[in-house]
Ligand binder design. Sequence first.
Ligand code: FAD
Length: 491
Amino acid sequence: MSRGILVIGAGPAGLAATEAALDAGARVTLVDGADLTGGQYWRHPPAERGDAREARGHHGWTRYLALHERVEGDPRCDVRLGAQVWAIEPDPVSPCGLAVHLATGRVDAVGARMERLRPDALVLATGAHDRTLPFPGWQLPGVFTGGAAQALAKGERVRVGDRVVIAGAGPFLLPVAVSVAGTGARVLAVAEASAVGRIARGWSARPWRLLRTASKAGELLGYVGAFLRHRIPYRTGTVVIAAHGTDRVEAVTLARLDADWRPRPGTERRIAVDAVCVTHDFTPRLELAIAAGCTVDTRRFVVVDDRQETTVPGVYAAGEITGIGGVDLALAEGAIAGAAAAGAEPDRAAVRRRAAFTGFAARIPAAHGIRPGWRDWLDDDTLVCRCEEVGVGRLRATAAETDGAGLRSLKLTTRAGLGACQGRVCGRTVEELLLDASGADRFPDLAGTDRRPIAVPQRLGDLAAIVREADDREQADLEPHDPPETSGKDT
Ligand SMILES: Cc1cc2nc3c(=O)[nH]c(=O)nc-3n(C[C@H](O)[C@H](O)[C@H](O)COP(=O)(O)OP(=O)(O)OC[C@H]3O[C@@H](n4cnc5c(N)ncnc54)[C@H](O)[C@@H]3O)c2cc1C
């Protein structure tokens, strides 16, 4: 009997893992909470709202179509979309030692189909969220994360505003600006926080190694062309330090930064906008890996070995949850993880590509990584946790007053990170500000904000249905059974 692999996440890493596991003869169940495959990179509208020119808006669209057709067309592959993995827990009966809880149905609709899967091996490819540092006014309507603006542009063809500023750090700002401009918005500026010298040093170290990732140069040229076509100004060493407005954003203040991202006094410039999109970094989606018992390193990525196996035997990880590296690295890691999970030797070309793109990925934090000076653009009233409306002043005061308290107590006291998003947006920032205020480098309870035993909220009725069904099964087992009927036929 071939191995049954469960792949969670149908982005580039999960699709590549599924293809490799199928190639190795395994049966695969591929699940994703979204309604379409493709993940963040190949996000697109459904076919009925699609555009014949879809390929123009994506890099590697042909590769996506080939992966999509492969996984959808293989009878050994069961693709489940609109299927959220909401919990993972130890299960001695499961071949991989874990039970994976799945809820399938329309988001927020009643009556999700609840299932428990027990695969032979598991591949986690759950990707990342974008991380936005807080600034005064970031709670106003019209302030988007770059990822949200990108998802609306690519998945819905929605324009977030007419006059838009894109800000933050990293190469991700380039596709966001091009997608937003592609919806007809006027992009007034792309403000990159890192200074030009740091960007140049980060990207030009050991330049010969860039030859191994030459496809990225083509991608960059594509963005340069689009910036020229849409007349988008690109400002380095500059960032949005405040958003202004009463009912929604009406203007932003841009300021020049020093090398540590401290605003330089006297460089502030106010621009009228009706939308601003801000992303400073990415945060991996770790809750399922943590629930599965996988070790996470000090940089907060899932630890894997050469075969992408985590510290939990039978559990593999690929893509942004093992390190932020972009689509090519996600594809290579996925291909290695899928083959290994199916018990096969990973493809050598994928191993070479992983090495090349790991080196490429290391340039991103060197050139664009968050610097500590961002704290200088906060004031006491700046909200950190937007869900629970907790400001910087309150966080700092509580940490100082309750010297030595663990993160759990600090969260319960301030409510920061306990709102609807469960700290996905503010978690890292809450941790950093609390640690600053208490002068420690970690919390006494060694807690972090990535642990979410319920990874995706579920309706109480759907959870109750699981318990009812289990009770019914138990009751049926207790009742005396009639002897099986003998029909004389083989069954
Ligand atoms: C919002 C956003 C937009 C991005 N857009 C771009 C871009 O335009 N260009 C670019 O170069 N890079 C972009 N990136 C970076 C991009 O994430 C990577 O380059 C690439 O998509 C990583 O592939 P992946 O397979 O690791 O993750 P992803 O593509 O993020 O795929 C992860 C998949 O896992 C699914 N998932 C996660 N948790 C669960 C769960 N509990 N249950 C079920 N399914 C789950 C998600 O729905 C998602 O489809 C973006 C990142 C983000 C966060």
